[in-house]
Write a protein that binds this ligand. Structure first.
Ligand code: AMP
Ligand code: MG
Length: 454
């Protein structure tokens, strides 16, 4: 199949900007994935493939906002604290049942919060504004007594109640058929609550992207495996799978490949058969054992890009066709990320996450951008955009500190080498240092990508 570079007619050596590289990935990635209909209660973090409309109005009928008495407001126009209105209590309206009687002049029905307003009533007086009376007309309990216990024979109402008071009108929250959620919205807990609460039982959501993750390197060891003289534990496999689960995708563990083409290729073939995208870490440089590019070429097509970013070079992107599928089917995306854990994390953020969000059906593909101010001077390589791992300060109650202009003061989370995982692990955000600056003084303002917020 045509390679991504051939399509763009590009010489391989030119340094791409972050935006150029990302635009190419997004243009080639296709998506979103097909949709399926699932129960609302199972839809957490799924992305809607169609707008959602309420089935019922909310509330579905006029109901009471208070525990109290359903009345006619006109019965209370002259009521005051010392000259209350007296109303006979003829029954009650409980939540979950239609009222047993209707309200007429001079009559009240006890009503619970959420119970349907009985016929005839046009207001609810809260129990706090009433005094219960016994059959002999004397007070049977204190003013404002809670509305549980035996039904009083009558009540005194100590205030003038306006028509409509303490009644939640049918449809005052939502009309039946109202558009409550939009295609491309993520199903959050409140989204699930409003869909379920307005009578929706199933929603159309995009299939969750299945993402193969393959670590490579003769030195990489699985969990608990002895390291021997030259082994290191696998950080990228578990780290990348966690990034995928965290964004709502389904990771497929393709294991750890030796730096041998046959091993890499066999695992890529499994990934192409099972996954919507494959992320490989390590082995994409041009070293003697870097066989990932060859592996990608065996299952599809790939370009090795030199992106003007730090950390993150090199980065490979390609496409594979699933065996037996036509050329216009959704391709399997192939991402080759640098092996250094910080580089693989940053390139995931820059290029992979937006593409996976496009597959998943999100409208917004990029993280929200904030503005930061550097608390210390920084230096970086010229001509490349740097993504520094930084920390913010928080007040004791967890508030992010901002200066008078609303900028977030940031300091380096630790060493900025692409192998320094300890700084990544404690970073709150990535600070973006433009290509043109090889150093910036303390006090300089830069863009900030929060790592813990979509
Ligand atoms: P490579 O991109 O394969 O040249 O790897 C660059 C550096 O990243 C080397 O020091 C590797 O040992 C290290 N590295 C590669 N893959 C992993 C991994 N899965 N976990 C931890 N470190 C890795
Ligand atoms: Mg390697």
């Amino acid at each position: 199949m045509t390679s991504v570079r051939e399509r763009s007619g590009e010489a391989p050596s030119r340094l791409l900007s972050v935006e150029e590289a990302r635009d190419r990935v997004l243009a080639a990635a296709g998506g979103p994935l097909p949709s399926e209909s699932i129960a609302v209660g199972d839809a957490l973090r799924r992305v809607l493939a169609a707008d959602v409309r309420s089935v019922t109005a909310l509330p579905p009928w006029d109901n009471s906002a208070m525990d109290g008495y359903a009345i006619l407001a006109s019965d209370t126009v002259a009521a005051t604290e010392i000259a209350p209105a007296r109303l006979r209590v003829t029954g009650e309206a409980a939540a979950g049942a239609a009222a047993s009687a209707s309200v007429r002049p001079g009559v009240a029905l006890r009503i619970a919060t959420g119970a349907p307003v009985p016929a005839g009533a046009d207001a609810v007086v809260p129990v706090e504004s009433t005094t219960p009376l016994g059959p002999d007309g004397s007070a049977s309990g204190p003013r404002g007594r809670d509305a549980s216990g035996p039904l009083p024979a009558a009540i005194l109402v100590h205030e003038a109640v306006r028509p409509g008071e303490s009644i939640r009108r049918r449809g005052s929250d939502l009309d039946a058929g109202a558009r409550i959620l939009l295609r491309g919205d993520e199903m959050t807990p409140p989204a699930i609550a409003i869909a379920a609460g307005s009578g929706v039982t199933t929603v159309d959501v995009h299939r969750r992207p299945r993402i193969g993750v393959l670590a490579t390197g003769d030195e990489i060891r699985g969990p608990g495996e002895p390291l021997g003289p030259a082994g290191i534990p696998d950080a990228n496999g578990p780290g990348l799978r966690a990034l995928i689960s965290d964004f709502g995708g389904e990771p497929v563990d393709l294991g750890i490949a030796k730096d041998r083409l046959d091993d890499v290729r066999a695992r890529l073939e499994r990934g192409v058969a099972e996954a919507d995208a494959i992320i490989v870490s390590g082995g994409v440089s041009v070293g003697p054992y870097d066989v990932v590019k060859l592996g990608f070429e065996a299952v599809g097509s790939v370009d090795l890009w030199r992106v003007a970013v730090q950390p993150g070079k090199p980065f490979a992107f390609g496409l594979a066709q699933r065996p037996g599928e036509g050329a216009d089917a959704q391709p399997v995306l192939l991402f080759g990320l640098p092996g250094n854990p910080v580089s693989s994390f940053v390139t995931f953020e820059l290029f992979v996450r937006p593409a996976l969000r496009q597959l998943a059906g999100y409208r917004r593909l990029l993280r929200s951008v904030d503005r930061a101010v550097l608390e210390e001077p920084i230096t970086k390589g010229a001509g490349r955009r740097a993504f520094l791992r930084v920390q913010v300060t928080r007040t004791d109650d967890g508030r992010v500190t901002r200066n008078a202009l609303g900028r977030v003061p940031v300091h380096l989370a630790g060493g900025q080498g692409s192998h320094v995982m300890s700084a990544l692990a404690i970073a709150d955000a990535l600070a973006m240092i433009p290509e043109a600056d090889d150093s910036l003084p303390a006090g300089a303002e830069v863009d900030l990508w929060w790592l813990d917020r979509g």
